[in-house]
Design a protein around this ligand. Structure first.
Ligand code: UDP
Length: 258
């Protein structure tokens, strides 16, 4: 048996959760290709300041995030917190950019892909767009994210023989769903991708290059969808939490590192 989990970089602990320090996207893709050549299963989550803050107040979310084998450093705030608290550098690997890289790799390598989540229209349009962009892409199944019978969805995923399952049902719903069903799902790689299908089909625009480069996608999203302002309120709370860690007023209430 191959040892793909040993190919994963040593996780970096951060404020009760952990981050997987991939050097770059190519490193992440290589890790997934090792995984698919092994018998291991991996659950990947994107970790950003909002999730870190919520996890600091929610033990079950913290434990759930710590059960994921891959925790992407999805937010510039998370990377800055690593720098401030551990004096280490970690590069950002965003969930949406990694999704696009994985789709490209899947098309090149004929990896079997399942798309789970979003509204029926968005799921359909995203699949068509991906297929159009990558004619070789092997989408073996898909399902919108508003289903009733989870067991039937798990059966459909297994019947499709998918290797990669992308789950776009928003956070933390998608992470909870993956964690609850991962043992029954045969696919080796499951990843929560939030609103990525909405981006793929153009319903939501991906932050322009400037915002991506400066790590301010959250600001772009706030400008485009002001009704999400409540979710952005966690950002100053996250900064305060980092300061509390820095001053020693807070320490990991520790779910163990997986
Ligand atoms: N969604 C879903 N099932 C649900 C709730 C949400 O499939 O029960 C989808 C929704 O249609 C949208 C995505 O999940 O496509 C949520 O996107 P959002 O950008 O809010 O994700 P987040 O920012 O939470 O990662």
């Amino acid at each position: 048996m191959s040892t793909s989990l040993h190919e994963l970089p040593e996780p970096m602990p951060l404020m009760g959760v952990k981050l997987t320090p991939f050097a770059d996207y190519a490193h992440a893709i290589k890790t997934v290709s090792f995984l698919l050549a092994s018998e291991d299963k991996v659950f990947s989550v994107a970790v950003n300041p909002e999730k870190i803050y919520r996890a600091s107040h929610d033990r079950s979310l913290r434990e759930l995030l710590n059960r994921a084998e891959i925790c992407l450093c999805d937010g510039v705030g998370a990377a800055l917190a690593v720098r401030v608290l551990h004096r280490k550098k970690i590069d950002r690997i965003t969930g949406v950019a990694l999704f696009f890289e994985l789709i490209r790799a899947a098309a090149d390598n004929q990896w079997r892909v399942y798309l789970l989540g979003a509204s029926p229209d968005v799921n359909d349009a995203a699949a068509k767009q991906l297929q159009n962009d990558h004619p070789n892409l092997n989408i073996v199944g898909r399902q919108d994210g508003y289903f009733q019978e989870a067991a039937a969805v798990v059966d459909a995923i297994n019947a499709s023989d998918a290797q990669l399952v992308f789950v776009a049902m928003g956070s933390p719903k998608q992470e909870i769903w993956i964690a609850e069903h991962r043992d029954q799902i045969n696919a080796q790689f499951c990843m929560g991708v939030g609103g990525t299908f909405d981006v793929v089909c153009g319903k939501v625009s991906w932050a322009p290059e400037f915002f991506r480069r400066t790590g301010t996608e959250w600001l772009y999203r706030l400008l485009m969808e002001p009704k999400r302002w409540r979710r952005q309120l966690t950002l100053p709370k996250f900064v305060w939490l980092v300061m509390k860690y820095k001053m020693g007023l807070e320490k990991d209430r520790g779910a163990p590192l997986a």
